[in-house]
Design a protein around this ligand. Structure first.
Ligand SMILES: *Cc1c(COP(=O)(O)O)cnc(C)c1O
Length: 382
């Protein structure tokens, strides 16, 4: 095994960032293709940047974000946060008491870990299910959670969404929606209503997902609840700072539903191109992926590498030879080794899919040629 520990992962990530730096310095940013789907956009003009002072920044940009955020999310009031996870934590700190129940319905497990972790922190009992018929709201429930679109982009059925909200409101229990990617995926691609328009009391989205914004969380919902949550947010330092608020504002303004829809049709075309040569690519809503196990099944040459190592080596070849950035090379320790090609990001829009397919094929051929030589593979990763 080549990658055996978190330290190995830190080291491989350092190497990946060095490769990215060299490509930018030698050939320019336009020679890189970030297909991770998490490209952390930061759109800002020089005059806006000059206003980024501790108190001037929020005065200008938080005010502007109220209007733009409500248009995007619905609801009565907007609260910008450091991350989606921060918004989930703050909501649970504000609304969930020790010993009470929190119940969560989502299309497919697993839930984002910030939800059970936050419940544990306040001493609440947490229940989750992805079987609608099994979803119930017991007595002594303080919060009902719905995930609009899961981490793997599985989207909830809109009728079930409405029914869960109805069940909660019959018992006067507030509903928080984790709409990290769902706020755009559900509404634009699946033609569903915004969470707040479906009756959600609180909805949170990630401004880094399926839009050209920074890593951050954008909360919308009932003003009375947002005010309670905002107290916790400020007490514990969970709020978005002025530079992030500015980039959120411009990220939402530059969000294009059309591009998102285009990536959804382009993924079918791309899948067909790759499917001619490979058997183990799968479609995601906005691109394709190959899992480490799938990659291993593509290989009929003798080797001693683990499935994850195969994905790491291929991800590094894609980066070094073609400037194509995928998660296994640059991801944090513990990130999935699945190689995803996300077609909804800026760098993907102008790519020729046949050309991208050829680059993936020749990277795979190079993987086959080095796979028997473990030292060579180590050199590629480190
Ligand atoms: C990404 C994601 C989150 C967390 O977003 P962070 O910005 O990392 O806190 C929460 N829930 C879902 C469903 C997500 O996809």
């Amino acid at each position: 095994m080549i990658i055996e520990s978190s330290l190995d992962e830190v080291k491989k990530r350092e190497k990946a960032l060095l490769i990215i730096r060299d490509i930018v310095e030698n050939n320019g940013r336009e020679s890189l293709y970030d297909l991770t789907g998490l490209s952390g956009g930061f759109i800002a003009s020089p005059s806006e940047l000059s206003l980024l002072e501790t108190y001037v920044g929020p005065a200008i940009f938080e005010d502007a974000l109220q209007e733009v955020g409500i248009e995007h999310m619905g609801g009565e009031k907007i609260l910008p946060l450091n991350r989606t996870s921060s918004g989930i934590l703050a909501t649970i700190l504000a609304l969930v008491g020790k010993g009470t129940n929190v119940v969560h319905y989502l299309e497919q497990l697993p839930a984002h870990p910030s939800i059970p972790r936050s419940c544990k922190l306040v001493g609440a009992n947490y229940f989750e299910t992805d079987v609608f018929e099994e979803f119930t709201i017991p007595d002594n429930t303080s919060l009902v959670v719905i995930t609009g679109s899961t981490m793997d982009l599985k989207v909830i059925d809109e009728d079930e969404f409405r029914k869960v909200i109805e069940m909660a409101h019959e018992k006067n229990i507030p509903v928080m929606v984790d709409d990290a990617s769902g706020a755009r995926l559900r509404t634009v691609v699946f033609n569903q209503a915004r969470a707040c328009d479906l009756g959600a009391d609180i909805a949170i989205t990630s401004t880094d997902k399926l839009m050209p914004g920074p890593r951050g969380g954008l909360m919308a919902g009932r003003e009375d609840l947002i005010d309670l949550i905002k107290v916790k947010v400020n007490q514990f330092g969970l709020e978005a700072q002025p530079p992030v608020v500015l980039a959120m504002l411009n990220g939402i303004k530059n969000f294009s539903g059309e591009n998102l829809i285009k990536s959804f049709s382009r993924k079918d075309e791309f899948f067909d191109i790759l499917d001619k040569r490979f058997n183990n690519f799968q479609k995601t809503p906005n691109g394709v992926l190959i899992s480490p196990e799938g990659l291993s099944r593509e290989i009929d040459v003798d080797h001693n590498l683990s499935d994850n190592d195969l994905a790491f080596v291929l991800s590094f070849i894609l980066l070094e030879d073609y400037g194509i950035i995928t998660i296994p090379a640059v991801g944090m320790p513990g990130a999935s080794a699945t190689i995803r090609f996300d077609l909804s990001t800026n760098d993907a829009f102008n790519m020729d899919l046949n050309d991208l397919g050829k680059k993936i094929e020749s990277s795979f051929d190079k993987l086959l040629s080095v796979i028997g030589d473990e030292d060579k593979c180590r050199e590629i990763i480190f």
